[in-house]
Design a protein around this ligand. Structure first.
Ligand code: SAM
Length: 300
């Protein structure tokens, strides 16, 4: 199955050809010159990522054998997709695909946006969240805003800029609140910083959450995985290696899902990219871990 990004590129190439041949009309908001003008950050893109874009360009050429594509330009356009394409969502925020809306791509990001981008089918709308005065810049958020400054800045990395919105520049109490624990005095609405709380108490509460989630969720659920990751971090901070090791008893599940993922990615990505080498290395580590566990179990 083709990824949404490859499908988007194939559609873009076909559309350009049809517009060049005047088989379909072009307009001020729907023409390839707008794509040419998009930001790509190509000079900042990591070498491995560039290799991946080049491989994706080759794939597009294989899909469209009768087109003589400029592979360098297609590679460049993939880089434009990374900071300009939008995930099209339904009203329940389920992803329906990826789209490029070059006119809307002029809108910059803010973690306190004054507008929001929404989709009705494939049509994109920018809706104001508050009155916006003439000459005031319209901004949307490219990322999930309900997160700490550190998390938001990490999520913005592939857009290659440092956000300087009011939430990012001021040393705010908000971050402490987002990561904080409630005060032991239940009547107090203040908060405690993570380093002011006894980690073993936090660990035992998380263990209870994990036990309840195990009853509720499938063993491979992402929610369960996140809780276990947090638990593992807590046990490691407490240097409780034995309990941390017990949490890794799910290695066989990890092995099964990694093997399935690697089988698919071997076909879509080949075996030579850095990403695949890293994944196959991880798979070997998990296999070794699982066989060590099996043999340790046999000896008991
Ligand atoms: C979708 S484009 C937005 C339009 C872009 N400014 C342009 O002129 O083509 C995304 C890129 O704009 C820049 N950008 C977006 N928001 C920004 C912000 N708040 N501060 C600085 N640069 C920003 C980054 O280079 C980012 O990769």
């Amino acid at each position: 199955m083709l990824t949404p990004t490859i499908r988007l590129m194939v559609r873009l190439v076909l559309r350009r050809k049809l517009q060049d041949d005047k088989a379909i009309p072009s307009s001020g908001t729907d023409n390839y010159n707008l794509v040419d003008a998009l930001e790509s950050h190509i000079s900042e893109v990591d070498k491995n990522q560039l290799v991946l874009y080049a491989q994706m360009a080759n794939l597009v050429q294989l899909i469209l054998p009768s087109f003589e594509l400029d592979l360098k330009e297609i590679t460049h356009t993939f880089s434009k997709f990374a900071c300009n394409a939008h995930t099209i969502c339904d009203p329940e925020l389920r992803s329906l695909g990826t789209g490029l809306y070059p006119v809307l791509s002029i809108i910059n990001h803010s973690c306190v946006p004054n507008a929001v981008l929404i989709f009705e089918g494939r049509t994109a709308y920018v809706r104001a969240l508050q009155p916006i005065s003439k000459n005031e810049e319209v901004s949307i958020s490219y990322i999930e805003t309900a997160a700490t400054t550190m998390k938001r800045q990490g999520d913005l990395k592939h857009y290659y800029f440092t956000c300087t919105c009011p939430r990012c520049v001021k040393d705010s109490e908000e971050d402490a609140l987002l990561e904080g624990y409630r005060c032991n005095d239940q009547k107090c609405d203040g908060f405690l910083l993570p380093n002011a709380v006894d980690n073993s108490e936090v660990g035992s509460m998380y263990k209870t959450i994990e036990e309840l989630e195990r009853k509720l969720y499938h063993p491979l659920s992402i929610t369960l995985l996140h809780t276990r990751e947090t638990l593992l971090k807590i046990y490691m901070e407490l240097q409780d290696w034995q309990t941390a090791l017990m949490l890794l008893e799910y290695t066989e599940d990890a092995l099964m899902s990694l093997t399935r993922a690697a089988d698919i990615l071997r076909i879509t990505h080949g075996t030579k990219s850095e990403f695949m080498k890293e994944l196959l290395g991880k798979l070997e580590e998990v296999r070794a871990e699982a066989s060590f566990r099996l043999s340790a179990g046999d000896e008991q």
